[in-house]
Design a protein around this ligand. Structure first.
Ligand code: KIV
Ligand code: ZN
Length: 428
């Protein structure tokens, strides 16, 4: 893929821009088995959890949040399954989620006993004023003491092999000085260093502002965190305002190194940020996303099976219709673009990436209904049946097709176009 920015004209023309761009993929951490799962009407059963986990390993995730073992027996048992089988490859880190409560931390640590390889214990506590005052009924200091005790307990019970992640839930509505205080506290408990960093995950638990605000908050943390070398700065956007993707991209530009999300944006309410879209946005800009989406329909099938939720036909990169044009002008441009395509640089109008990159064919790129034009109709007949229409036939046959599709109000399949073609031309 071409450097996309070089194709975007700027004013004034001598300006160099953008001043920042994403040049490498962050560490992606799927939370489908926890945040995604807890939002499902029918949470995944053990077989679905396992299939989902295997899918995530297969496409290349290296750190995977696998559940909330203190919340349900299913989650606890799933972590036990991982601990007692060889389902976790040696280069994959498993993350388990827990509230900062002593009984629940103990249960979480119990679930990971004997697990191979790296484990992250992800402890969270809601830190924003409304949650402190209304939900937890704890002062800043009382909550800080609870978080300190939790961090100490995980270290004590988990031992040296465990790594620590802390999420101040509702970070985006929490006072920045309080976040810095808590970060200082937990990194001290864990004696965080570049060799043994603590993951500080900063969620926009419920999106509340425009994405630049979240990015500014992340940038502030990036610049002011104590023991910065001992912290992996992670973000966890949700999508309540529909801007989760923008939040994650701007947060990476602002210094985030790790991004938590769900594969096609499942998750609480309007979802977690959609990692597939983030990753394929990078791909479209020539940056290796480090996750393999070359069989996106296979991935989609498994995700739909496990979540029991269909993917929208217009969902970026994966929706059924996102590489399809019905309108005549788009079809004509795509057809001409495909004809001159060849040197590996993808530059076909109206198609942001080559559908083949995600395992799609070209048959669905042009589909015909009453909005379509002669070029698109000729394209379908040619690619599906090898039928070449002369320029005058193209004009004439398009009129027949238009009459037919206007009267049915439906799409005409390639087979229906061929039947109509036979009716019009073979009978003469
Ligand atoms: O959205 C959120 O805040 C979370 C956790 C990281 C607490 O899912
Ligand atoms: Zn979340």
């Amino acid at each position: 893929y071409r450097d996309i920015y070089s194709r975007i004209p700027v004013l004034p023309p001598d300006r160099t821009w953008p001043d920042r761009r994403i040049t490498a993929a962050p560490l992606w951490v799927p939370v489908d088995l926890r945040d995604g799962n807890q939002a499902l009407a029918e949470p995944m059963d053990p077989e679905r959890k396992r299939r989902f986990f295997e899918l995530m390993v297969a496409i290349g995730y290296k750190e995977i949040e696998v559940g909330y073992p203190s919340a349900s027996q299913t989650d606890f048992d799933f972590v036990r399954l991982l601990a007692t089988t060889d389902l976790v490859p040696s280069d994959v880190t498993v993350v388990v989620f827990t509230p900062a409560r002593p009984d629940l931390i103990a249960r979480t640590i119990e679930s990971i006993q004997g697990i191979r390889g790296q484990v992250v214990v992800h402890m969270y506590a809601a830190t924003a004023p409304t949650w402190r005052d209304v939900v937890l009924r704890r002062s800043r200091d009382e909550l800080a003491a609870m978080i300190q005790a939790g961090a100490e307990q995980v270290l004590r019970l988990g031992g040296e092999s465990v790594r620590f992640q802390f999420s101040p839930e509702v970070f985006n509505l929490t006072e920045p000085d309080y976040i810095l205080e808590l970060a200082d506290q937990v990194t001290k408990v864990w004696d965080a260093s570049a060799e043994r960093p603590v993951i500080l995950n900063l969620p926009a638990t419920v999106e509340a502002a425009t994405p630049n605000v979240y990015a500014d908050q992340i940038e502030y943390m990036h610049q002011n965190l104590p023991r910065r070398d001992g912290v992996i700065l992670s973000v966890h956007p949700h999508n309540d305002r529909g801007t989760g993707i923008a939040c994650a991209e701007l947060a990476v530009l602002a210094g985030a190194q790790r991004v938590e999300g769900c594969i096609f944006g499942n998750g609480e309410r309007t979802g977690n940020v959609d990692i597939a879209t983030l990753a394929l946005n990078l791909h479209a800009q020539g940056v290796d996303p480090m996750i393999d989406f070359s069989d996106i329909d296979g991935i989609r099938e498994t995700v739909e099976y496990c979540t029991r939720m269909p993917i929208h036909p217009r969902h970026p990169y994966v929706g059924e219709l996102v590489y399809t044009a019905f309108s005549g002008t788009h079809q004509d441009a795509i057809r001409k673009g495909l004809a001159v395509q060849g040197d590996g640089l993808w530059e076909v109008p109206y198609l942001p990436i080559d559908p083949a990159d995600v395992g799609r064919g070209y048959e669905a790129v042009v589909r015909v209904n009453s909005q379509s034009g002669k070029g698109g109709i000729a394209h379908v007949l040619e690619t599906s049946y090898g039928v070449q229409l002369s320029p005058s036939q193209q004009v004439e046959f398009a009129r027949h097709v238009q009459r037919r599709t206007d009267s049915t109000g439906r799409e005409a399949t390639a087979a229906e176009l061929k039947t109509l073609y036979d009716e019009v031309y073979r009978s003469n």
